[in-house]
Design a protein around this ligand. Structure first.
Ligand code: HEM
Length: 478
């Protein structure tokens, strides 16, 4: 299990740099420092978006798998199967985007993939569809396996922690990671199934071009899938905080009524909050738009409040040892809260009228992915590499983390200011907007972001360097 986890971690960390380099290149194009042909900009945008979300999800999946293997019996061959299928899907996406120039964006919204006007090769559409199906099948099997393994150990009816809400005295205790992984895996499986239905319809459309589908249904399926995947990536990462923080604080963190109730509420809200992606679709039944707004507001409360209180409770007068992992976990929680807050702002119908499809959108999801999930992931990797050893305070990684924060804040600030200035997202260059003010602001803000991206990457490089020094020992450790 250690070895499969190391291979996952290494793959995620290396690919993260590759996809971040694409992000830098896109910003340089928007700043007009380089001149990418537009079809390449969109192919890079698609690969960057799908690739980043995909690998970060894989990182959290592999990480929680490793943690769960302390409590439940996982099938090692199946974990390798998920790894190789994911690798095959990623190679397919690399070919479809970099060679075939497939550039329909990360949620490949219908009918765009089929209206390429020869911008991207026809075969690349098929390859992208098949690759996404392969990824989805691998992840679905992986998530279902986690549920199965936990059920064998604790009984399916106990996985959601309902026993904590009952009045019975003697109950089956479960670790917090089991509850969080169950909530994430159930919602994740539903989301992936919606994505699979959509991709099968795409496959039919590819072979029978005269077919046409209801655009609104496909948009619902698409955003149900995309929204849930991005959200559960974050929730899975929180399992590390619940599981590993006590090691540093010396305070056990167990499930109680409040934690069980909060995570069950999250399960319900996460499924309905996705309607906030469809506010602009006036044909969507109006009631669903309100469901979207209410569920978005509500989804921000239970898990966030409970997790933050638990995290503060972990440090208050606990004499915690501030090594890299707790630092990184705290940064992750702050990034998650900041990004979540910006998301709730955008999910307000009145505000969304103005912020929709502006740079505010990449601003909020980069905040909770780059400043939320990624630091949580780094914290997990650091703890993992140290194994059972006492975790020393390693200054290179801690300084690297601070440098990453400085770079990241500048990078994100440019996105947020762009959102406030109504600069649209997904523009290869802003001169195409035809509005001089948008052109000026967009281009200047992109130029402003570039030095910060370089600082961010330098900080990440320092952290990687410190990981590399520990890698050999981690591989041979039993
Ligand atoms: C050094 C780090 C990163 C840089 C420089 C970067 C840069 C960018 C840029 C320039 C865009 C295009 C924004 C626009 O004008 O619409 C973008 C989009 C995007 N990024 Fe990043 N990014 C980084 C990290 C991440 C991470 C960590 C994730 C997710 C885990 C991520 C996911 C995405 C997604 C999903 C999109 C939208 C793609 C689409 O619209 O189809 N990025 N990024």
């Amino acid at each position: 299990m250690r070895k499969v986890t190391i291979v996952w971690m290494a793959t995620v960390l290396i690919l993260f740099l590759v996809f971040a380099a694409l992000g830098l290149l896109m910003k340089m194009n928007q700043a007009e420092f380089v001149n990418l042909p537009p079809e390449y900009f969109y192919a890079f945008l698609t690969l960057h978006g799908l690739g980043m979300i995909g690998i970060i999800f894989c990182g959290t999946f592999a990480g929680v798998g490793y943690l769960l293997s302390r409590y439940v019996k996982l099938n090692l061959s199946l974990m390798w199967f998920v790894y190789f299928f994911t690798a095959a899907g990623l190679i397919g996406l690399l070919l479809a985007t970099l060679v075939g120039k497939f550039g329909a964006g990360w949620y490949v919204l219908y009918p765009l993939p089929f209206y390429s006007q020869h911008t991207w090769a026809n075969w690349s559409v098929l390859l992208a569809i098949v690759s996404i199906i392969v990824l989805g099948v691998a992840w679905l099997i992986g998530l279902l396996h986690l549920i199965y393994a936990m059920s064998c150990q604790y009984g399916f009816k106990n996985l959601l922690g309902w026993q904590y809400l009952s009045k019975e005295e003697k109950i089956v205790e479960i670790p917090p990671s089991v509850l969080i992984v169950t909530v994430s895996s159930i919602t994740g499986s539903l989301g992936i199934e919606a994505g699979a239905v959509m991709m099968m319809m795409y496959l039919f459309k590819f072979f029978v071009p005269s077919l046409s589908f209801n655009v609104l249904i496909l948009k619902n399926l698409d955003f149900f899938f995309g929204h849930i995947l991005a959200n559960i990536t974050l929730y899975l990462a929180l399992a590390w905080v619940y599981e590993l923080f006590p090691k540093y604080s010396g305070r056990p963190l167990k499930i109680n009524k409040i934690i069980a109730f909060a995570w069950n509420c999250t399960l319900a809200f996460i499924l309905f909050a996705y309607f906030h992606h469809l506010y602009m679709d006036f044909v969507q039944p109006v009631g669903l738009q309100f469901v979207g707004q209410i569920a978005s507001y509500m989804s921000a409360v239970p898990a966030t409040a409970v997790t933050l209180f638990s995290a503060v409770g972990q440090i208050y007068r606990s004499g915690i040892r501030w090594s890299f992992t707790p630092f990184s976990f705290y940064l992750g929680l702050i990034g998650w809260t900041m990004g979540g807050f910006a998301a709730v702002v955008d999910s307000t119908i009145r505000v969304n009228l103005i912020f929709h499809n502006t740079l505010w959108v990449p601003a909020h999801f980069h905040t909770y992915l780059l400043f939320g999930v990624f630091p949580l992931f780094l914290g997990f990797v650091y703890d993992f590499l140290n194994g059972q050893n006492d975790v020393p305070r390693d200054w290179i990684s801690i300084i690297g983390l601070w440098i990453m924060v400085i770079g990241g804040l500048g990078f994100l600030l440019a996105f947020y200011l762009g959102g406030i200035d109504s600069v649209p997202r997904r523009f290869a260059v802003y001169s195409y907007s035809g509005i001089n003010q948008v052109y000026q602001h967009g281009t200047h803000l992109a130029a402003f972001a570039i030095p910060f991206i370089l600082i961010l990457l330098f900080g990440i490089g320092m952290i990687y360097f410190s990981f590399l020094r520990k890698l050999k020992q981690a591989w041979v450790e039993p």
